[in-house]
Design a protein around this ligand. Structure first.
Ligand code: SAM
Length: 390
């Protein structure tokens, strides 16, 4: 069994993990952790690279007491030549005092003639992802984890930690302003994961700033289709794809196309599209200075006309695969103004697929959607997984 340490927005973390590890058995879930069974180390290592809402993963092996953990640390030290370097993380700290445990472990190793050093500083705390990545802890050290339940313990070394530098390695360009409403890449990743299966051809009919696109390419999806009704966006997307093709191998089509005409989409007619993943349109991106209820209402009205046509078009052509889409809603004077018109449109044309299995009682909203907001933005996103009604 494996411990998945979750981000603060834990529902997004859990939704993503359960999509990626759809075969796994859930043993336990809470706001900081998900414990999965029936997966192998290979599974974890192969699939974890596509997780964006998980901080760290380690296996859980059962230990009866502190002494047996210490014995195990000694046996781990036999795997290394030279100094045995380790770091310690403690979860649910019921019994163990981490500072004392570290000192005791070092003393015990010394008594056995093993030269050892631990990474944690005197004022003890768990290592952050940044510390683990930037100090190459997983390559040069053993990052050890103890889950202390008070009467029994789980212990093992870290298997995987999220690459927190991954975004800076992406070529998002300098023209983007995250504050004005760009789809956060991490959210794009999660949405792709929600739609994930082995069938790898995807379509974004509101391709915009090609965020979803870049993430698809990085995830190794090979057949990619985009359209947008703004010629500038289509040109920018084409230019970027052209650049990306020197590093990645994929087939793509980009079209100037109005998503209100989905019933007549060449992309859908001619290709075996298996997923639509899209952020959709936010309309005007408002700032703190100009947001008002009137502006929001105009936006809701415009957006409902757009989505009415979009979904009725998909319904007409019986698009039968999964759609993962996010719609905006707004925050005004600390109150949420929801895009309620969309619920009626969805009711008419789609089936909403619950994102969590039934045993998870914390469905985020009445409509089984997920909510997300970047701290600096006034626009929230409501994410749905859908299929078109027949
Ligand atoms: C918020 S952006 C989408 C962001 C994008 N998914 C990304 O990954 O960066 C919305 C895009 O929808 C496009 N759009 C709006 N209405 C449209 C329509 N009727 N048909 C096609 N594209 C449309 C806009 O031109 C804009 O580029």
């Amino acid at each position: 069994m494996y411990w998945f340490q979750l981000w603060r927005e834990f529902k997004l973390s859990i939704a993503e993990i359960l999509s990626v590890f759809s075969e796994a058995e859930v043993l336990y879930s809470a706001s900081s952790v998900l414990i999965l069974n029936n997966i192998s180390e290979n599974d974890v290592l192969n699939k974890a690279k596509n997780l964006w809402w998980t901080i760290k993963i380690f296996e859980l092996a059962l230990f009866q007491d502190e002494e047996s953990i210490l014995d195990h640390i000694i046996s781990l030290s036999a795997w290394v030549e030279g100094k045995f370097k380790y770091s310690l993380n403690l979860f649910w700290e019921k019994n163990i005092n981490p500072e004392n445990f570290l000192k005791k472990s070092k003393r015990t190793l010394k008594e056995k003639g093993i030269s050892a050093r631990y990474f944690n500083k005197d004022s003890w705390e768990n290592l952050s992802s940044a510390q683990i990545i930037w100090n190459s802890i997983l390559k040069k050290w053993f990052d050890l984890n103890i889950v202390d339940l008070g009467w029994i313990y789980y212990f093992w070394k870290t298997l995987w930690v999220q690459d927190i530098d991954a975004y800076s390695k992406r070529d998002y360009g300098k023209t983007r302003d995250m504050d004005i409403g760009m789809l956060p890449p991490k959210l794009a990743q999660m949405m792709i994961n929600l739609a994930w299966d082995d069938n790898k051809s995807l379509y974004d009919p509101f391709c915009g700033l090609w965020t979803v696109l870049i993430e698809w390419i990085h995830m190794g999806i090979k057949n990619l289709f985009w359209s947008d009704f703004n010629p500038d966006m289509v040109k920018a997307t084409k230019d970027n794809l052209y650049k990306l093709q020197s590093n990645f191998n994929f087939y793509y089509e980009v079209q100037l196309f109005d998503a209100r005409d989905m019933w007549d989409s060449d992309i859908l007619k001619k290709n075996n599209i298996s997923k639509i993943v899209t952020e959709g349109f936010l309309w005007e991106v408002m700032t703190k200075k100009n947001i008002s209820i009137d502006r929001i209402n105009i936006q809701r009205n415009n957006l409902s006309k757009l989505y009415e046509k979009f979904f009725s078009g998909l319904n007409k052509v019986w698009f039968s695969w999964t759609i993962v889409i996010s719609f905006p809603f707004w925050e005004l004077n600390w109150k949420h103004i929801y895009f309620t018109e969309i619920y009626d449109i969805l009711d008419k044309y789609v089936n909403i697929i619950p994102i969590f299995p039934k045993e998870f009682q914390f469905k985020e909203t009445r409509s089984w959607s997920l909510l997300y907001k970047r701290q600096s933005q006034l626009v929230w996103r409501e994410i749905f997984k859908l299929t078109i009604k027949k």
